[in-house]
Design a protein around this ligand. Sequence first.
Ligand code: CUA
Length: 347
Amino acid sequence: MRTRLSWYGFLFGYILLISACSSVAISPSNTPSTLNPQGPAAARLAELWWVMFWFGTAVFVLVVVLLFAALLRGRRGTNATDPDNQSIDTGRNWPIWGGIVLPLVVIGIVFGYNIYTLAAVENPNAKSDIKIEVVGRRWWWEVKYPEDGITTANEIHIPVGVPVEIQLQSADVTHSFWVPELHGKMDLIPTRINKIVIQADKAGVYRGECAEFCGLQHAHMGLMVVAQSQADYDNWVNAQEQPAAAPTDPTAQQGQQVFMSAGCVFCHTVRGLDDKQIDRSSVDLGPDLTHLDSRLTIAGASLTKNRGNLSGWVLDAQHVKPGSLMPNIDINSEELQALLAYLETLH
Ligand code: CUA
C-alpha cells in the first residue's frame, strides 16, 4: 500500500514538474497568458475563467465525494440483512436535485456571468480618443493611425492607461487579432470592420498573434503592442510622422539606389523617397518601411530586427517564411551591405 501511494505521489510531482517546465524556461513576453491580464478587458476575461474553473472544480469534488459515498454505502448495503431498511423516497430525489436542479443552477450562474462579461468587454464605458486601423495581410499586420498620417507594421504603440479603439479589417482571408494579456480574440473578416478596445495598465511590450488559421505562414503572423508613457508615446508619434531623411553616408546612398533598382520599391513605401514614377496599383503591398529601424521585429514579428536577421530576410525570405510575398532578392554582397546601411537609416 505504502509503495503504491509513494508511486502515485512521484507520478503527480513529475507531471507538475514537466507541465511547469515551459513557462519557466521561456521569458514571459514570449509566452503571453490570458491568466496574466495587463488591461481591464483581459482582467474581466481572466476573472470569468477563474469563476468557471472554481465552479468546475467544485462540481468535480462533489461528484467524487458522492461516488465514494455510494461505494462505501454499497459495501455496507451488502452486509445489511433487511433490504427494506432503505428509504425509496431519498433514492428518487437524487436524480431531481442532482441531475436537474443543480446543473440548471450552476449552468445558469455561469451562463449569466458569461453574458455579463461579454457585454462589459464589448461595450466598454470609456471613450477612446485614439483610433487605429489594423489590416490583416498574409502574413503580417498593417497598422495605420489615420489622424496622424502614420503607417507602420506589426507594431502598435499605445499610451498607458488610455483606451484605444482598434478597427480590424482584412485585405485577403480571415485572420484573428489576439493579444492575450490585453484582450480576447477578435476576427478580421474580409468586407467588414470589427472593433476592439484595448488598454494597458502598465508600460511594456505585449505580444500578439494571429489566432485564426490563414494559410502557410499563419504561425509567423505576430505583432507587438508597445504600451508607453504619454510623453514617450507623443515622441514616437512625432518621429513616425516625419518622412525618412535622405541618407548622407555614401554607402547608404548607394543602398538607396539598390532599394530602387532591386525592386524593393515596387512593394514597399518609404515616405520622403522620390518614387512618384512607381505604380503600386498592380502589386500586393508590403510593409511601409519609412521607419523600419525603429521597430522591434521584422517579418511579422517572427524575427528580432537586427542586421543579421535583416540580411537573411532580404536574401532568402522564402527560406525564412516559405510562401510569403517577399521574394528572395538577388544582389551581391556589396549591394547587400549598402542596402542594409540604407535600411538602418530609416529610424
Ligand atoms: Cu493570419 Cu492566421
